[in-house]
Design a protein. Structure first.
Lengths: 870, 167
């Protein structure tokens, strides 16, 4: 515990942390000092004057030499004070209440008072503080109000009502200090002062929605929610974002209404506070990309192929058909599961497939693997990136965090600004490089070699902590075969010397095998330097989807059973599954929550070629579903319950918010019904019961139940609830903070070992070829995401990233058509010249063009396509 | 021609003065104003990229300081002080008469694009009120006669600078 000091608030003495912001300290003591511009996450700005208090500080009396309390002659802004011994404030005197009234009168002097049609009405700090402290009447001439724009679009996502803005600058400061996209500013001055953005597109930031939560008035509203419902009409349902491995806690705010034919619908998505995960923020993808859930194209009945056509069928018929096929195929079956499936869905699916004697289970996308390494050397229980700062180190390898896991990007960048050493190791420059203390460029394919070289460069003294670990000696001897240049040596030294160290292990361009080695190399480096087995230390895998960790935990990894238990015979990898399908070795393939036909350049070929039977569990008739023999409509995460495991191994629960669409069922239930026909036993009564079964069979999940997941504890700062004025409208977490399961490294006497990490081949393009790297963008045309029209303008056009020098060599300019030929598949798109793409490399965003993209980095001939006149 | 091409040396001189590039925004804005007469959209964008910030930040500064102009203004900018001391010596009435004589409102520009009138805060010559600045040059103890003479002189100056025409 930090040093504490005694301060006196309204004649009562309290003990509070020393040097804490006075507003926060008072809040801890249960005293609310009203604020507008101050925000616990943004710090003070001192511009609104709402927080005025009487302030006294101890001072030496010159005559007597005694210490005495001296009161400042004027009121002081509490938000600009830090607690110190003997500090005293008064917050209830007449002078203070008068001042508050005056500030409110001033703020309201030009306020439109359109609360009845204002989206913030009902959860508005200005309304609430006016009720508590304001004047009941105004002395101002109503006609003298300044009239400004009411519906100013700051881009298509956020709207500004200039009249309502009280110029607290919270939104500007959020963009500057937290989102690091300084695209908002004030224009003009005095009463004409207004928020502007000049970026292209307007308000260009993937965190823009958060400004609407912290805006203390209804000046900023989202296009998604404005005029959509009143805050008090909605029911909040706790949920977990299903778009990336961060696992942000969110709320679906629902309303049952006549307009929707008596159905309950989601009216908005709001962040829910979890200080260890997303604090009080979410990215715009999580906030807005919800519309697929209620989309009219959702599948509502099972489809069965008859006479070459997919036709509607009953559940009974569909399930009978799938079960019969599975039965006939015996062990020659497999499953590919996307990371949007819950742990329950995944557990049920692997049980079905394994129950029939097959271990061919692959997670999708198959790039990231290494769940078992995270289970041993992942970040310790209690990890909170918020606590990383000066003296600590964060390494991000082979990942563009801004695009792949926005909130991790934001938190890693914040740690760097607090003084943590941020080391970025990747094949190309990304946005995180700007914040990095060290940027290391390595060739695609040389990631493992780079980390090995770092480990190898460390002197004996630096790797003492890991000495006694099984396999460490071999790992170090192996690592010494790699040479480190000065930059790598420096980076290794930084990590070895860091108080805490975390490595984000990405998979950009990597194959599943390579990413496992990369996780191993990261684990070796961390274990050698003593950065495992405790909070704020260890590795985090940047899974390509929300529940990648959960999928690995449930045994969607050819090498392991559920809970990383050994298997007799390893299953096939993703690539091998599709190859076996094409060769009719695999006779039934279940594809759940994944659309490889759209994303993966080669999957379609295998599916078209096979005589095997394809079962797809999906919400929409995706490109993959179109080729299936049976399509089973599943519920979205808004309709059912379940758990996701975040990249930090935090198991978190989501709850049903709206009624299921049509006849759709939870994915786990569909799977278990099929299993029932196959004699695997009756389906679970609920997802909660299934979670209990997981707890019994997956060692890491032992003891994790709905009850433990629902536990909450007090969080600081205290946002939401009654205190909207303080932290904004991010919700208080009342439905559970989740449970982070401990790694093996945290357990005493656990059989812990490391192994040498095998470096793969660096790609060597032949003449006329270049290295082609698939990259992930936050906004793309993925089947579910792209159902949200609102975000379409932010999705880039299909393009291929190219270094300007290479473009020059190929005689191309920005926008020319480039064509790549990868294993006889041609991908063509407009060239986008980008200096951050290294020479000799082209990047190709996944899920952006209909031809798909390669799954892993590869080499291919790159040519300019001549424009053909139509 | 970009601002950087036109005034490379000056811009670099200013950039070199500060530890952070962003600090040079204001002097660069003055350079833009000198070059184009007012601060154009393109100039704001160029300055933002020179000092490596978002154009929103540059726009905010232009909006905040009244001596940066984001609208095209007349060839001669007439600033009339109407702050309290000047007002006590009849500056408000003087401003009204000036506007009437030119047929415009404060903030507007004459149709021929020659004159823009603007009421401003104290310009530090209170003892010689009414006082005006024309393109930042002081003219003190003004009345309508001296003002009309001044306008005449400015028109002549402008005409003299026009190319000779045969028509
Ligand atoms: S828009 Fe809202 S957050 Fe931004 S300055 Fe105005 S009142 Fe504050
Ligand atoms: S950061 Fe990831 S988990 Fe959080 S809201 Fe965005 S997409 Fe969802
Ligand atoms: S001045 Fe203290 S909260 Fe605004
Ligand atoms: S008040 Fe006019 S110059 Fe000072």
């Amino acid at each position: 515990m930090a040093d504490t000091v005694k301060i006196t608030i309204d004649d009562i003495e309290h003990e509070v942390p020393a040097g804490m912001n006075l507003i926060d300290a008072a809040k801890l003591c249960g005293v609310d000092i009203p604020v507008f511009c101050y925000h616990p996450k943004l710090g003070h700005d001192g511009n609104c004057r709402m927080c005025l208090v009487e302030l006294g500080l101890p001072r030496k009396n010159r005559e007597t030499g005694e210490m005495e309390l001296a009161w400042f002659p004027k009121l002081e802004t509490a938000c600009t004070q830090k607690t110190c011994e003997g500090m005293a404030i008064r917050t209830t005197t007449e002078r203070v209440t008068d001042a508050r009234r005056a500030v409110l009168e001033f703020l309201l002097s030009s306020h439109p008072l359109d609360c009845p049609i204002c989206d913030k009405g009902g959860e508005c700090p200005l309304q609430n503080l006016t009720m508590a402290h304001g004047p009941g009447t105004s002395r101002m001439y109503w006609e003298d109000r300044m009239h400004l724009g009411k519906h100013v679009a700051l881009g298509e996502l956020i709207f500004l009502d200039q009249e309502r803005c009280i110029h607290c600058a919270r939104c500007i400061r959020f963009q500057e200090k937290i989102a690091l996209d300084p695209v908002l500013g004030f224009d003009m001055r005095g009463r004409k002062q207004q928020i502007v953005t000049s970026s292209t597109p307007g308000f260009n930031s993937i965190f823009s929605g958060n400004t609407t939560d912290i805006c203390p008035v209804g000046a900023l509203t989202t296009a998604d929610f404005r005029f959509n419902a009143r805050p008090w009409e909605m029911v909040q349902v706790a949920t977990i974002c299903s778009h990336c491995p961060v696992g942000c806690n969110m709320s679906f705010d629902t309303r049952t209404d006549r307009l929707a034919g008596g159905r309950t619908t989601i009216r908005r998505v709001m962040p829910r506070q979890n200080e260890a995960v997303n604090e009080i923020w979410i990215c715009d993808k999580g906030r807005f990309a919800r519309h697929y859930m209620e989309h009219e194209e959702r599948l509502t009945t099972p489809l069965v192929r008859k006479g070459g056509m997919l036709v509607e069928a009953t559940w009974e018929e569909a399930i009978r058909e799938v079960a019969a096929q599975l039965k006939a195929a015996g062990p020659n079956i497999g499953a590919v599961a996307g990371g949007r499936l819950s742990n329950e869905d995944l557990y049920a699916l692997q049980k079905l497939i394994r129950g029939q004697g097959s271990g061919d289970l692959s997670a999708y996308l198959p790039n990231a693997t290494g769940g078992e390494i995270a289970a041993r050397f992942g970040v310790g229980v209690g990890t909170n990136l918020k606590y990383l700062g000066a003296g600590d180190a964060i390494v991000v390898v082979a990942s563009d965090l801004h695009e792949e896991a926005p909130i991790w990007w934001l938190r890693a960048a914040a740690a760097a600004r607090r003084g943590a050493e941020l080391i970025v190791i990747s094949g190309r420059e990304t946005r995180l490089d700007v914040e990095a203390s060290q940027s290391i460029r390595c060739a695609y394919g040389a990631e493992v070699a780079t980390l090995n070289a770092m480990l190898g460069s460390l002197p004996k003294t630096a790797v003492k902590a890991g000495e006694s670990l099984d396999g460490m000696a071999e790992a170090i001897v192996h690592a010494k075969e790699f040479t480190a240049d000065a930059a790598l040596k420096a980076a290794a030294k930084t990590i070895a010397g860091a108080g805490n160290a975390v490595i984000f292990v990405g998979s950009e361009g990597l194959t599943g095998e390579a990413s496992r080695e990369l996780a191993q190399a990261s684990a070796n480096l961390l274990a050698a330097t003593g950065h495992v087995g405790r909070a704020n230390n260890g590795l985090i895998i940047v899974w390509p989807s929300a529940n990648g960790q959960g999928a690995a935990d449930m045994g969607f990894d050819p090498g392991f059973g559920p809970g990383y238990q050994p298997v007799d015979k390893p299953g096939r990898s993703y690539g091998d599954i599709f190859a076996a399908l094409a060769d009719d070795v695999i006779k039934v393939l279940v594809i759940a929550g994944a659309d490889p036909v759209y994303d993966d350049l080669t999957a379609e070929e295998s599916i078209r070629k096979t005589k095997g039977f394809i079962v797809v569990q999906e919400m929409f008739l995706t490109e993959t579903a179109k080729l299936a023999d049976v399509v089973l409509p599943v519920q979205s995460a808004a309709e059912c319950e379940g758990t996701y495991t975040s990249g930090e191994r935090r198991v978190q629960r989501f709850y049903p918010a709206v009624e299921p669409l049509g006849e759709s069922l939870p994915a786990w239930l569909i799977t278990q019904r099929i299993g029932e026909v196959l004699g695997q036993g009756a389906p679970s009564v609920s997802a909660a019961v299934l979670l209990a079964e997981i707890g019994r069979n997956v060692p890491q999940y032992a003891g994790i139940t709905c009850q433990t997941l629902a536990k909450v504890e007090e969080q600081f700062p205290d946002v939401g609830g009654e205190d909207l004025y303080y932290g904004g409208t991010s919700f208080q977490n009342v439905r559970g903070l989740g449970v982070q399961w401990p790694t093996l490294a945290e357990q005493v006497d656990a059989p812990l070992s490391v192994a040498p990490a095998q470096a793969g081949e660096v790609l060597e393009p032949a003449d006329g070829e270049m290295i082609v790297v698939p990259v992930t963008l936050v906004y793309d045309t993925e089947a579910l995401f792209f159902k949200t029209q609102l975000l379409h303008q932010r999705v880039p056009l299909p393009h291929i990233g190219l270094n300007p020098a290479d473009a020059g060599r190929l005689d191309m300019v920005d926008g020319d058509l480039v064509s790549l030929t990868i294993d006889d598949h041609r991908v063509a798109a407009a060239a986008y010249l980008d200096e951050r793409v290294p020479s000799g490399v082209v990047t190709i965003p996944r899920r952006l063009q209909t031809q798909g993209a390669p799954l892993f980095a590869t080499t291919a001939p790159v040519v300019k396509l001549e424009k053909v006149e139509a | 021609m970009s601002l950087l091409e036109r005034r490379k040396e000056d811009i670099e001189r200013h950039l070199a003065k500060y530890p952070q590039k962003q600090s040079a925004v204001m002097p660069l804005l003055y350079i833009a104003q000198e070059e184009y007469g007012y601060i154009t959209e393109e100039a704001m964008e160029e300055i933002a990229s020179i000092v490596d910030t978002d154009v929103t930040q540059v726009r905010g500064i232009v909006g905040f300081y009244t001596m940066y102009y984001s609208q095209e203004k007349g060839k001669y900018l007439i600033q009339i002080c109407t702050d309290l001391p000047c007002a006590l010596r009849g500056a408000e009435a003087f401003s009204a008469k000036v506007c009437e004589a030119l047929g415009i409102q404060p903030g507007e520009t004459t149709d021929d694009g020659l004159f823009t009138v603007e009421n401003v805060m104290c310009i530090g010559a209170c003892d010689r009120a009414p006082v005006i600045q024309v393109n930042f040059k002081f003219y003190e103890n003004m009345d309508m006669d001296s003002f009309n003479d001044l306008i005449e002189a400015l028109r002549r100056e402008h005409d003299a600078m026009q190319p000779y025409s045969h028509e």
